[in-house]
Design a protein around this ligand. Structure first.
Ligand code: 4AD
Ligand code: MG
Length: 464
């Protein structure tokens, strides 16, 4: 058996015990005195552990040919390190070379700085770098913290389907799922594709959101959340959009918009705290190399209340701020990323919850406000990235929901199961969706969602 390097560097294993680590060489340095210093990493923490290899080992000559990326098993005594910045090291008495790197000169991940674009083109090798290693651990920490947060509050995790027939957001950005022969599509008399011959006997798509299914379980289990992949055939080539991304969607019975705005704030503070407590090593790297304020801003957001502003007031702020935007601002327009970022970065200098948007720019399921013009919707917007959460109170009144379906030209029959929830014991309920990659990009300061998911799917690109 062997130890994770994180356990050794943390001091969880007694000094002077015999240990084995298994991992990959980051760097090697040989001293004139006949000692080779190996930095070995295994992904368990930011720092590699140093193995001190004396030339008394009978494969010492082979050890001095090790290069970045070679795989090894090192056994020896764990001792306190005299060297700077290292707490513990291993005095090796055995180095088992498992896999060499053929032709180190052309090894794509040789130990030097690579551009982020270069790393994207080598997505299968990039987890070997410091940076993507750190992203991977922070992403995991955030995912675990999210599950913990909801578990502690008694929410049940529901797995909603990935293949669906309904377009939750109504934005027409769904990927079709079909087994029909594209060269030879069955047609009806009018020449339209006949999906009754398709696998499910009707049209089917990849889900854009688990919300509608989540609402059915919320209407019986009270507090639920989903955490799974969602898909959007969105034609936007930006640093915030993926075609495949993960969403966290809590849905809460007997809750209004303010209740879930509070839930969103509590959740974000909880996960920020978890990252600060558990991934200090990685966050120090991001603060040094990627985003100076990576740690300090999380610390300050955990302390202070998020700002809250009504859409209508936000429009006034933007109109009167004196800044020239690419997209003009007036009541009724959807806020663009530049507007969101101005509000969060310049005006409020904090994450901000924007509430009560015009109903015409929002989805059919949002609850109409008394004014007849707005719906009880909210977005949480963060400095540096813009919208990370979108949510709303849901329309729980059947007559108003039906009127809205009709107004938007949607077929009532397609929503019969959704309407049932309003017929049988309806309750006010609310929920939101957190874009998980946007959260990770924000926390790490990485800035581009393509660098915080293992194998990004974007328009024109689905390698691996
Ligand atoms: O605002 P959206 O579209 O809301 C919904 O889908 C609701 N049904 C959620 C709910 O109320 N249960 O998406 C929610 C979040 C956005 O705020 C954004 O963070 C993220 O999902 N998101 C994307 N992330 C990466 N790439 C994309 N193409 C995204 N589209 C949305
Ligand atoms: Mg949205």
């Amino acid at each position: 058996s062997h130890s994770a390097i994180a356990q050794l560097l943390k001091g969880a294993v007694a000094v002077d015990s015999q240990v084995t680590v298994k991992g990959w060489i980051r760097t090697r340095r040989d001293s004139k005195a006949g000692i080779s210093f190996l930095a070995v990493h295994d992904g368990s923490c930011f720092d590699p552990i140093q193995a001190v290899v004396p030339n008394s080992l009978n494969n010492y000559n082979d050890v001095t040919t090790l290069t970045a990326g070679c795989s090894v098993e090192v056994t020896g005594k764990l001792v306190r390190s005299e060297g700077q910045g290292q707490s513990f090291e291993i005095q090796a008495d055995e180095v088992n070379i498992v896999g060499m790197v053929e032709n180190p000169d052309t090894y794509p991940m040789a130990a030097k700085r690579h551009s982020i674009e270069y790393l994207r083109e080598h997505a299968h090798l990039r987890p070997r770098t410091n940076m993507i290693g750190a992203v991977t651990r922070v992403r995991n920490c955030l995912a675990q913290a999210i599950h913990r947060f909801y578990h502690e509050r008694g929410f049940l995790w529901i797995s909603t389907p990935i293949i669906t027939a309904s377009d939750c957001e109504g934005a027409g950005e769904m990927f079709r799922v079909s087994t029909l022969d594209m060269q030879n599509l069955p047609r009806d008399d009018k020449g339209n594709v006949d999906y009754s011959e398709d696998f499910f006997g009707k049209e089917a798509f990849l889900t854009v959101s688990g919300q509608l299914n989540g609402e059915t379980y919320c209407s019986a289990m009270s507090n639920i959340y989903t955490f799974g992949p969602t898909f959007r055939a969105e034609n936007s080539n930006t640093s915030r959009h993926l075609a495949e991304f993960w969403m966290v969607e809590p849905e809460v019975a007997f809750a209004d918009l303010n209740d879930i705005a509070k839930l969103a704030e509590d959740m974000l503070k909880y996960v920020f705290s978890a990252v600060l407590a558990e991934r200090r090593d990685d966050m120090e790297f991001f603060a040094e190399r990627v985003e100076k304020t990576a740690i300090s801003r999380l610390e300050s957001f955990v302390e202070k209340d998020f700002a809250q502003v009504d859409y209508t007031d936000a429009i006034e702020i933007l109109k009167n701020c004196g800044k020239k935007f690419e997209f003009a601002v007036e009541w009724g327009v959807d806020l663009q990323s530049e507007h969101e970022r101005y509000l969060a970065e310049v005006h409020f200098e904090a994450p901000v919850v924007i509430k009560n948007y015009p109903k015409d720019i929002k989805a059919f399921y949002m609850r109409q406000n008394e004014d007849g013009k707005t719906v009880a919707a909210m977005d949480v917007v963060a400095p540096g990235i813009g919208e990370i959460i979108g949510g709303s109170q849901r329309e729980e009144r059947l007559d108003i929901l039906d009127a809205r379906l009709e107004e938007m030209g949607l077929n009532k029959d397609d929503y019969s199961w959704y309407r049932d929830l309003r017929k049988y014991g309806t309750v006010p309920h609310s929920g939101f969706g957190l874009g998980f990659e946007r959260l990770v990009a924000y926390v790490t300061g990485m800035g581009n969602v393509r660098d915080v998911i293992a194998f990004p799917r974007t328009k024109g690109s689905a390698t691996y």
